[in-house]
Write a protein that binds this ligand. Structure first.
Ligand SMILES: [Zn+2]
Ligand SMILES: [Zn+2]
Length: 260
C-alpha cells in the first residue's frame, strides 16, 4: 500500500506545504484522509484519477481539511468526458451532515446527481470497511474532532488530524490507545517544541505520543511555518527513539515499510 502526503501544511502559506490531505492507495482503492484545498488537483497530478475516489474521511471541519470537498463534488458532475456513477462514502465527525448541507446551500449546483452519496458521522467508534478495520478517537482539537486508525491486513496506521496539546492526554488516554503499536503514526506537529500548544501538538507533544504508544515510525505533518524553520525531527526524537520523518508535500511511504 502506498501512503502519499498530498498536503503537509495548513491554511498559512508555506513553501512546499499545501493544506491537509493524505492519500492511501491500496490495490485499486483510494482512501483520502482530509480534503484540504488543492487535494483533488494534487491527486490528479500524481496520476491517480480523482473520479475513482470513493472513500473520504474528515478528521474535523476546519477549512484547511475540508474545502476541496466542494471541488470534488463539482468535478463529479461537470466533467464532459465522464458521468460519475460510482458511489461516494464520506465519513466524518459529528457535524459533517450540517457542513455538507451548508455547502449545498452555497453551491446548489454541486449536489450529486447520478451517483449515491452517503455520509457517516462517527463518535469514538470502530467499524469495518471490507477487510479494513477502522477505529476512531476524539482529539479535543474541536469538540468533535477525530483521529483515525486503519488496520489493513498488511499493517496499520493512524492519522491524527489536528489535536489538542498533550496535557489532555494525561486524563484521556483514548488517542494514545488508538495509536498503540501502530506501524506508522502520521501525526500533526504544528509547532516547534516549547511552543504554547492549546489546540495543536508541538514537536515534543508528537514525540511523547509516539513514545507512549510504541509506534513503529513517526511522520510529522501539518507544519506551520515556524515548525519548518527548526529541526523538529530532532525535537520529537528527544522523546521518541524510533524513525522520525518530516513530511513534505507528495512524500510517499509504503506499508509494510520499505525498511521493515
Ligand atoms: Zn488544520
Ligand atoms: Zn483544525
Amino acid at each position: 500500500m502506498e501512503i502519499i502526503l498530498l498536503g503537509s501544511g495548513t491554511a498559512v502559506p508555506s513553501p512546499g506545504r499545501t493544506p491537509a490531505a493524505v492519500l492511501l492507495v491500496r490495490q485499486l482503492t483510494a482512501y483520502l484522509l482530509d480534503i484540504g484545498p488543492g487535494a483533488i488537483h494534487k491527486m490528479a497530478a500524481r496520476g491517480i484519477d480523482p473520479t475513482s475516489l470513493q472513500y473520504i474521511f474528515l478528521t474535523h471541519l476546519h477549512s484547511d481539511h475540508t474545502l476541496d470537498l466542494a471541488t470534488f463534488l463539482q468535478m463529479n458532475d461537470s466533467n464532459p468526458e465522464m458521468e460519475r456513477t460510482l458511489p461516494v462514502f464520506l465519513t466524518g465527525p459529528r457535524g459533517t451532515t450540517v457542513f455538507y448541507n451548508g455547502l449545498m446551500s452555497l453551491y446548489p449546483g454541486i449536489a450529486p446527481h447520478n451517483y449515491p452519496f452517503t455520509i457517516k458521522e462517527c463518535e469514538a467508534s470502530q467499524f469495518e470497511l471490507g477487510e479494513v478495520r477502522i477505529s476512531t478517537a476524539f482529539t479535543h482539537h474541536t469538540p468533535t474532532s477525530l483521529a483515525y486508525r486503519f488496520d489493513f491486513p498488511e499493517g496499520s496506521l493512524v492519522y491524527t488530524g489536528d489535536c489538542a496539546d498533550s496535557a489532555i492526554y494525561a486524563e484521556d488516554t483514548a488517542l494514545v490507545d488508538l495509536c498503540s503499536n501502530v506501524d506508522i503514526l502520521i501525526c500533526e506537529c504544528s509547532f516547534p517544541a516549547g511552543w504554547p500548544g492549546g489546540d495543536h501538538l508541538n514537536a515534543s507533544d508528537a514525540g511523547q505520543l509516539a513514545a507512549r504508544a510504541h509506534v513503529g515510525q513517526l511522520v510529522l505533518t501539518h507544519l506551520y511555518p515556524p515548525a519548518g524553520r527548526v529541526d523538529i525531527a530532532a525535537q520529537a526524537g528527544v522523546h521518541y527513539t524510533g524513525t522520525v520523518c518530516v513530511a513534505a508535500d507528495d512524500l510517499s511511504l509504503s506499508l509494510p515499510s520499505r525498511n521493515s
